[in-house]
Design a protein around this ligand. Structure first.
Ligand SMILES: C[S@@+](CC[C@H](N)C(=O)[O-])C[C@H]1O[C@@H](n2cnc3c(N)ncnc32)[C@H](O)[C@@H]1O
Length: 270
C-alpha cells in the first residue's frame, strides 16, 4: 500500500494544495533544478513553432522553459489533475500566448494522434500507479509524431543519502520513503526498460545528482519531513524520530548537514 500523496492529488483540499504549491515552488527555485529543467528542454529538442505537452505540470515551472523553447509560434499544453496547482500554472504563464493549461491526467491526453513534437514529465511518472503509468506511456506514444521525443526526469528514491550518526534510524526513514512515499520509488531506474516495452527507442539516460550541504534550501526541510512521515506511519517510533530530527538540526547548526539524491533523465523517441 503506497502512502504517495500525489496518487490522490486531485482530491486535496485547498490548504493541502497550497502547501504543496509552496514546496514545489521552493524546489523549482533551486539552482540544480533550474539546470535540470534546461537539460529536459535540450533533450526534448524543441524548436520555435513546435508543439509540446507537459504531463503533471504542477505550478508550471517547466512550462515557462518549454514556452521559451517553442516561442510564440509554438504551442505548449500543460496537464495537471490538481485544480489549484493548474490555476497557479495558468497564472504563472498568463503572459505566454503559446501556453494553455488544462485540468487533466497523463492517461487521457486531449490531443489527436501524432500531433506533438515532445512529451515531457518532471517528477510525475514516479507518482503514477502501475496501470496508470502503462496508460500514460501508451498515450504519450499515441500523441507523439514519428521521431517525436518523450523526456522524463524523476528522482530515484533508492539513491537518497543523508549523513547522520544514527544509521539504523536513517535506513528506516529512507527505506520507508523509497518504498511507501512514491507509487514506485524505483521508477526512474526502471523507466528505460518500460519505455522499450511500450515501443519507444531509448536515446539516452543521464544522472543528475543533487547534493545539498546547507540547511537553507528545501532539501533540509525535506529530510525533516521524511522523518515526520516515517513517525506518522509507524516505520520508526516517535522517540527515535524526534531524537533523529534533533541530531540532524545539531549537525546543520554545526555546518555539517549533507544529503544527496540522483535525478534520472531519460529521453526516448517514438
Ligand atoms: C511532484 S509533483 C511535480 C510537479 C511538477 N512537474 C514539478 O516538477 O514541479 C507531481 C505532479 O504530478 C501530478 N499528477 C499526479 N497524478 C497525475 C496523473 N495521473 N497525470 C498527470 N499528472 C499527475 C500531481 O498533481 C503533481 O502536480
Amino acid at each position: 500500500m503506497s502512502d504517495d500523496p500525489f496518487l490522490v492529488a486531485a482530491d486535496w483540499d485547498a490548504e493541502l494544495a497550497a502547501e504543496w504549491a509552496v514546496r514545489l515552488d521552493d524546489r523549482a527555485a533551486d539552482e540544480m533544478q533550474v539546470r535540470l529543467r534546461r537539460r529536459v528542454c535540450e533533450l526534448a529538442g524543441l524548436r520555435p513553432g513546435d508543439h509540446a505537452v507537459e504531463l503533471g505540470c504542477g505550478t508550471g515551472s517547466l512550462l515557462a522553459d518549454l514556452a521559451a523553447a517553442v516561442g510564440d509560434s509554438g504551442a505548449v499544453l500543460g496537464l495537471e489533475p490538481q485544480p489549484y496547482l493548474a490555476d497557479r500554472a495558468r497564472a504563472r504563464l498568463a503572459g505566454s500566448p503559446a501556453v494553455t493549461v488544462h485540468v487533466g491526467s497523463a492517461q487521457t491526453l486531449p490531443l489527436t494522434a501524432a500531433s506533438v513534437d515532445a512529451v515531457v514529465a518532471q517528477t510525475v511518472l514516479i507518482h503514477l500507479a502501475p496501470a496508470t503509468l502503462d496508460d500514460a506511456l501508451c498515450e504519450a506514444r499515441r500523441v507523439l509524431k514519428p521521431g517525436g521525443r518523450l523526456v522524463s526526469a524523476d528522482l530515484d528514491a533508492g539513491t537518497r543519502v543523508i549523513d547522520h550518526p544514527d544509521r539504523v534510524t536513517t535506513r528506516a526513514i529512507t527505506t520507508y520513503n523509497c518504498d511507501y512515499q512514491f507509487a514506485d520509488g524505483w521508477l526512474a531506474r526502471r523507466l528505460p526498460r518500460l519505455l522499450r516495452s511500450a515501443g519507444f527507442s531509448v536515446e539516452s539516460v543521464e544522472i543528475h545528482p543533487h547534493l545539498a550541504a546547507g540547511p537553507e534550501g528545501y532539501m533540509f526541510a525535506g529530510a525533516v519531513r521524511l522523518a515526520q512521515a516515517a513517525m506518522t506511519s509507524g516505520a520508526i517510533t516517535k522517540e527515535a524520530g524526534e531524537r533523529w530530527i534533533g541530531q540532524l538540526r545539531e549537525l546543520a547548526e554545526a555546518g555539517s548537514f549533507l544529503t544527496s539524491i540522483d535525478y534520472y533523465v531519460t529521453a526516448a523517441v517514438r
